[in-house]
Design a protein around this ligand. Structure first.
Ligand code: FAD
Length: 322
């Protein structure tokens, strides 16, 4: 997405945007100024969005994108907020969330494939697929994401990646134009999908691996749930804070540096899993940044490896702050 904190995005441009947009949106579309993002993220830190919208349907989503694009105003998508660090000062952007029912579809098509909306939570996707006897989505259980966020991040667990089950992604460009991309046309790798860096995923056609007894699928999901419970902290977090460097695990490196339990303010390196930073109550984004810097410095000094954040610094690039 465009860089939202770039200087010179004038106050009046945002006011004019709000004034122009309001009459074009239905009452069911949420459209607010200065909405706090803190409670909309799993880390539970951070400031407000300049403008925030939950569009009711694709027409209104398109209007929002086109109007912002015409004014060169930055747009950021928000999923479940489970991979984000929102700065304490908030973001100078139009933040769009696909939280409305329109975006939660799960439809088994005649050809056996599934249409799933980008606002659908993976937990629900998994449960609905299991009930329909569709095997192949179990690995998604426990990733606290929307499908849109999981596509953008190519989220993965238990040896599976989101794009393992994707055939086709439907998206809007930031200029509001609709595109349908086949899996083979998309550049996807570890925690990254290039085509969604500057676009809004609307949903995807997913391909189940096979038809199976629902109970067998549910048992596998339970199995994965138990594994997660044993290995992940319960406090608010944004999941793994760093990407695994080639050939090793970030958690192992951090643990070997004796950093479990290290704190800056209320931000703490989890004692359960060293690649998680948890919010012990009143952590700020600045606390978490401070701890990220400390971990990177210690791992670099001890092992010569530069850990790269997996969590996204919302509306900024990590290079600006590290
Ligand atoms: C307890 C915990 C466990 C986790 N476990 C895992 C795990 O096992 N594996 C894993 O990979 N991750 C894991 N994560 C991280 C996180 O859940 C994933 O990165 C997930 O894909 C983020 O999805 P989200 O909907 O929360 O997106 P957000 O965090 O809201 O956004 C992430 C990125 O996606 C973009 N985005 C969101 N929606 C759209 C859309 N519709 N179109 C285009 N871009 C969009 C955002 O702009 C942002 O750039 C975990 C996190 C937590 C808190």
């Amino acid at each position: 997405m465009n860089s939202p904190n770039s200087p010179g995005v004038a106050e009046f441009a945002w006011q004019e945007f709000v004034d122009v947009m309001r009459p074009q949106l239905s009452e069911t579309t949420k459209f607010t100024v200065g909405e706090s993002l803190k409670a909309k993220t799993t880390m539970q830190v951070g400031g407000p969005a300049r403008v925030y919208a939950e569009p009711t349907n694709e027409v209104e989503l398109q209007r929002l994108l086109k109007t912002a694009h015409a004014r060169n105003l930055p747009v950021l998508m928000l999923g479940r907020g489970s991979n984000l660090l929102v700065p304490d000062e908030g973001v100078e952007a139009l933040v769009i969330s696909l939280a409305q029912p329109e975006w939660q579809a799960f439809t088994v098509r005649g050809d056996g494939r599934v249409w799933a909306g980008a606002g659908l939570r993976l937990k629900n996707l998994c449960g609905l697929a299991a009930s329909a006897g569709l095997h192949g989505f179990e690995f998604m259980e426990g990733i606290p994401a929307t499908l849109g966020g999981a596509l953008r991040m190519n989220a993965g667990a238990m040896s599976g990646w989101t794009f393992d089950v994707v055939d086709e992604v439907h998206l809007l460009t930031l200029a509001g134009e609709k595109r349908v991309l086949q899996r083979s046309e998309m550049n996807v790798d570890y925690r990254h999908c290039a085509e969604l860096e500057q676009a809004v995923a609307l949903g995807a056609v997913l391909r189940p691996r096979a038809q199976q007894e629902p109970q067998a699928i549910k048992d596998q999901i339970k199995n994965f749930q138990l594994k997660r419970k044993e290995s992940q902290p319960r406090e608010p977090s944004a999941g793994c804070i760093f990407k695994n460097p080639p050939g090793t695990s970030a958690g192992k490196l951090i643990d070997e540096c004796g950093l479990k339990g290290a704190r800056v303010g209320d931000a703490e390196v989890s004692t359960v899993h060293a690649n998680f930073i948890v919010n012990r109550g009143n952590a700020t984004s600045a606390d978490i940044l401070g701890l990220v810097r400390r971990i990177r410095a210690q791992v670099k000094a001890a092992r010569g490896i530069e850990l790269e954040p997996e969590v996204m610094l919302y509306g900024k690039s990590w290079k600006e702050v590290l």
